[in-house]
Design a protein around this ligand. Structure first.
Ligand code: NAD
Ligand code: TYD
Length: 336
């Protein structure tokens, strides 16, 4: 069995590669990654010498790179994407390139080689915001920011390749992930690493937006389960079942680190900020999968990982000019 993982040097992809190599001893993994700012070879440095692992530096928008990477594979899981909502507000054309056109290139090759399974990693953000109740897989898509809109394009393109050509596609829509190796631009790793340095935590708006937190390891196990038990042509919501207001998450991080709440700064809101995401994941539960890691346990493990792995995030924050430029652009005026 050989599986192509695209975007395997990112947060969820690297956790997934590590899970596959340890839980499926007869599988080989090919990782195709462009190494954008979010893709880091360090994320898999412990796997680099594994004979069942092969890294290819390339872009999912490049048909030749995709053909080389998919050769001999039976399965593919597409994690490769531009993923940060706030960056999509500064410019969305990269998002269209990777999250829509890149998906098309992968699907076309999957069709050509007759892949046995193709998982398109979509997101709960394609449904938009919901004040009450939860979205099922049948809910109308209503993406409300450029990231979410581009992911909805990739999600529906994947479905189109199933409906039109019978490419055995499975589409997953997961809630917000957290855990080790998450780039420190997203809420939890940004706040943990800022707090460790006694720097302000910029909380948008009133801090009462709700996200449903899914521990990355649970997400990866759900994907492996769906590779082996999911039905082609189907969409599956993957939820953590841990809805929390951002202010609660922020306070929990500060408590775990023994840092004062005076580090919290309420700052200008994100434009079009979705109020609440909520998924009904009963379809996946009926199939036989449930998350295992309670939020309090996962958060403690995550915070501990950032405390213990400064080697991983300090160079990003201190020496990566790209991160510093982004931080200044996103937060400079807000925190001034
Ligand atoms: P990430 O930003 O940490 O990593 C993205 C990876 O994709 C990086 O390694 C990057 O180098 C690679 N990449 C980007 N453009 C590429 C291209 N054109 N060709 C090849 N590689 C490319 O992302 P993540 O948080 O790990 O998210 C992975 C997937 O999960 C994405 O599709 C995202 O939309 C989806 N998702 C994420 C979350 C979340 O909370 N993080 C929730 C639901 C769904
Ligand atoms: P984020 O981690 O960017 O994920 P997403 O936008 O995909 O849900 O943000 C999670 C929540 O945290 C979201 O409601 C926005 C909020 N947030 C802040 O309040 N401040 C920040 O600096 C960031 C990055 C996010």
């Amino acid at each position: 069995m050989r599986i192509l993982v695209t975007g395997g040097c990112g947060f969820i992809g690297s956790n997934f590669v590590r899970l596959i190599l340890s839980e499926r001893p007869d599988w080989e993994v090919v990782n195709l990654d462009k190494l954008t700012y979010a893709g880091r070879l360090e994320n898999l440095q412990d796997m680099a010498d594994n004979p069942r692992y092969r890294f290819i530096h390339g872009d999912i928008c490049d048909p030749q790179a995709v053909a080389e990477a998919m050769r001999g594979c039976q399965f593919a899981v597409n994690f490769a994407a531009e993923t940060h909502v706030d960056r999509s507000l500064l410019g969305a054309s990269h998002f269209i390139d990777t999250d829509v056109k890149g998906v098309l290139v992968l699907l076309e090759e999957a069709r050509r080689v007759g892949l046995a399974r193709f998982i398109q990693i979509s997101t709960d953000e394609v449904y938009g915001s919901i004040e009450q109740g939860s979205f099922t897989e049948e809910s109308v898509l209503n993406p409300r920011n450029p990231y979410a809109a581009s992911k909805a394009g990739g999600d529906r393109m994947a479905y189109a390749y199933w409906a039109t050509y019978g490419v055995p596609v499975i589409i997953t829509r997961a809630s917000n992930n957290y855990g080790p190796y998450q780039y420190p631009e997203k809420l939890i790793p940004l706040f943990v690493t800022n707090a460790l340095r006694d720097e302000p935590l910029p909380l948008y708006g009133d801090g009462r937006n709700v996200r449903d937190w899914l521990f990355v390891e649970d997400h990866c196990r759900a994907l492996l389960f769906l590779l082996e038990h999911g039905q082609p042509g189907e969409v599956y919501n993957i939820a953590g079942g841990n809805e929390r207001e951002n202010i609660e998450v922020t306070r929990a991080v500060l408590r775990l680190l023994g840092k004062p709440e005076s580090l919290i700064r309420f700052v200008a809101d994100r434009p079009g900020h979705d109020r609440r995401y909520s998924l009904d994941a009963s379809k996946l539960h009926r199939l036989g999968w449930q998350p295992q890691v309670p939020f309090e346990v996962g958060l403690e493990r995550t915070v501990r990982w950032y405390v213990d792995n400064r080697w991983w995030w300090e160079p990003i924050k201190d020496h990566d000019g790209e991160f510093r430029r982004y931080y200044e652009l996103q937060y400079g005026a807000r925190l001034a």
